[in-house]
Ligand binder design. Structure first.
Ligand SMILES: C[S@@+](CC[C@H](N)C(=O)[O-])C[C@H]1O[C@@H](n2cnc3c(N)ncnc32)[C@H](O)[C@@H]1O
Length: 221
């Protein structure tokens, strides 16, 4: 079956084995480290991760903030995360099965967040401008955004040629899209380089960035 944009089926199928891939665990740790260094999460913050998957990054960030809303479209990914939450005893994480790119999927009533982040999820969402707008509405003024994703790639990173994904992002184009959504880009840094045998059988390097931005506080302008 061909998976469509925002379809949870592929991730539902992969959830039980997701954490077995050492590269996934390694990149998640690097993303968490980079977010902690760049944003300095605080115990007063309500945070939201979209595309949290099995919570590889969630479990690193949650102890540092007040609450963490962990959102994903895949129920199976979330059920792996729920097991981790149970085992850890952390009571400040709520899991929400929702599509962040759908304006009708709620992610907490009238809630805004001081921190929103994601890791390797943006390229799975068809409407980048739309989801950035949604994020902007969900961020409190002066709130922080951290997005980790692939730089523009050769189109061979994903194993399934039929999978609907963006082939990474051009940093300058993404920065412009953020500004249109009312977000001020602050920094881009390369935080990880995937060395992987791509689906043409060649080993190639795929760099990933962490982008940080802030929601413009119109009252301070
Ligand atoms: C490549 S995985 C990354 C998972 C996790 N962040 C990690 O680093 O292991 C992308 C995740 O985004 C989720 N996802 C895709 N589109 C989404 C959307 N529109 N809203 C919320 N989650 C989404 C998928 O179900 C999947 O769990």
């Amino acid at each position: 079956m061909t998976d469509t944009w925002n379809s949870p089926e592929k991730f539902n199928r992969e959830a039980a084995q997701w954490d077995e891939n050492p590269q996934r665990r390694a990149v998640a740790l690097e993303v968490a480290k980079a977010i902690i260094a760049a944003i300095k999460p605080e115990k007063s913050m309500h945070a939201l991760e979209f595309g949290c998957g099995t919570g590889l990054v969630t479990m690193e960030i949650a102890p540092l903030v007040k609450t963490l809303s962990a959102i994903d479209t895949s129920r199976e990914m979330l059920s792996v995360l729920l097991e981790k939450i149970k085992a850890s005893g952390l009571s400040t994480i709520e899991t929400i099965c929702a599509d962040l790119s759908s304006p009708t999927d709620t992610v907490g009533t009238d809630k805004t967040f001081e921190l929103i982040y994601s890791s390797m999820t943006l390229h799975h969402i068809d409407d980048t401008a739309g989801v950035l707008n949604r994020i902007s509405k969900l961020l409190s003024p002066g709130g922080m955004l951290a997005l980790a994703d692939l730089d523009l790639e050769d189109g061979l990173f994903h194993d399934d040629p039929l999978e609907k994904v963006h082939h990474g992002f051009d940093r300058r184009v993404l920065a412009e899209m953020l500004k249109v959504a009312g977000l001020q880009p602050l920094s881009f840094e390369t935080i990880y380089t995937f060395n992987k045998t791509n689906r043409s059988g060649k080993t190639a390097a795929y760099p990933a960035f962490l982008l940080t931005a802030t929601k413009i506080d119109n009252k301070k302008l």
